[in-house]
Design a protein around this ligand. Structure first.
Ligand code: SF4
Ligand code: SF4
Length: 370
């Protein structure tokens, strides 16, 4: 049976602006039945990297917070730390980045909790019926929340073709260990030229996998892929081996998305912003020209249907010739395949559907009529 996907265009009037449409989309997707009085509600979003400007604007988030408060819930904004070393790889830097990008309490009206704690290791193992995983490590604040509202900037992505609600859930709600498990099937490696043999990484490894001779060594047989050591090296000598190809990575991501919804699949709502559809993810400190013009906003109780509908909406547009697109400019052409020809983005949707996360079949309902 197709899942409903509610779509709003970007036309506004003096009586109905885009913030009103955000609220309407939440209501149409069923927020009033999925969020209850007293609920701790994780509002999962990406606060944007410094220098990036295509993340979801804080004023939209404030309206989401107001809707949730109106239902008597206790919303908090959240994201998990990054796997790679950067501004958002620990909770302190992450919070500072969020505030610098406008997500201050005074603006959004809700506190921020970094979901996987100070260093990205605070998670909960939850069961999934996966091909790759039987359990996944979900950031604790997401796992322990009563309900979830995932706000996603829908855009291209260099590893999964596009990044939508499934990616926001799967990669975005994973602890560092979970992110590493999705990205790699081998232990981190030490870049010998950078290592100064200081030994600072050694006590961080609970498995005793790191030894230091003239340089540090990681024993792959002992390493369990927790990712703890990656941030500890002041020389940035411990590096992730990005080994996983796009197909397996997408399947793993879908399994993590399934885990993020564990126990609250019927207490979750998804809202995608199909605007500033940049070719790559918001983790970069820049965003290249959008590959299509702004499309609109869309919501659903089903993240698979929502991502499928948003991909279809993007691909129905004419491509932006002033963007990275060299081909696929005509309406109907696959814009994501045009940017990343080697990546079949449908894998994440198929696998999520297989796991029961949602359905690729959808009914598109235009909230503006027509
Ligand atoms: S912390 Fe970095 S530089 Fe120091 S021993 Fe470990 S890998 Fe080498
Ligand atoms: S990833 Fe974890 S288990 Fe592996 S070497 Fe680093 S700290 Fe040790």
């Amino acid at each position: 049976m197709p899942s409903p996907v509610y779509v709003a265009n970007l036309r506004t009037t003096v009586r109905r602006n885009l913030l009103d449409k955000v609220e309407e989309l939440l209501v149409r997707a069923g927020v009033e039945g999925r969020v209850r009085k007293g609920d701790l509600v994780a509002v999962k979003l990406h606060f944007g990297e410094l220098g990036n400007t295509s993340f979801i604007r804080p004023v939209f988030v404030r309206r989401v917070v107001e809707v949730l408060r109106g239902l008597g819930a206790k919303p908090f904004l959240t994201d998990a730390n990054t796997l790679y070393v950067g501004a958002r790889s620990d909770a302190v830097g992450h919070l500072e980045t969020a505030v610098q990008n406008g997500f201050a309490y005074a603006v959004v009206g809700a506190p921020i909790l970094i979901a996987d704690g100070l260093r990205g290791s605070t998670g909960v193992e939850v069961p999934v019926p996966g091909r790759h995983f039987q359990t996944v490590s979900v950031a604790a604040a997401v796992a322990q929340a009563d309900a979830l509202v995932a706000l996603t900037h829908f855009k291209g992505h260099e590893l999964s073709g596009f990044g939508g609600a499934i990616k926001n859930l799967g990669m975005g709600c994973a602890t560092r260990e979970g992110k590493l498990a999705q990205h790699s099937n081998v232990a981190p490696k030490v870049k010998k030229k950078r290592c100064v043999a200081c030994g600072e990484c050694v006590p961080w490894c609970a498995q005793g996998a790191i030894t230091v001779d003239r340089v540090a060594h990681i024993d792959p047989d002992r390493c369990v892929g927790c990712g703890e050591c990656i941030l500890t090296c002041p020389q940035e000598a411990i590096q992730i081996q990005w080994t996983e190809g796009p197909k397996i990575l997408q399947e793993k991501m879908a399994e993590y998305a399934c885990g993020a919804l564990h126990g609250k699949a019927d207490r979750s709502i998804f809202l995608n912003f199909v605007t500033q559809v940049s070719p790559a993810c918001d983790c970069y400190g820049h965003n290249d020209a959008p590959i299509v013009g702004d499309v609109g906003l869309a919501s659903s109780p089903d993240p698979v249907a929502l991502d499928q509908a948003c991909a279809d909406l993007v691909n129905a547009q004419a491509g932006n010739p002033a963007s990275v697109l060299k081909g696929g400019l005509e309406p109907g052409a696959d814009k994501f395949r045009a940017v990343y020809p080697e990546i079949d983005w449908s894998v994440q949707l198929d696998h999520a559907e297989l796991l029961g996360v949602g359905s690729r079949q959808y009914e598109r309902i235009e909230i503006d009529g027509g």
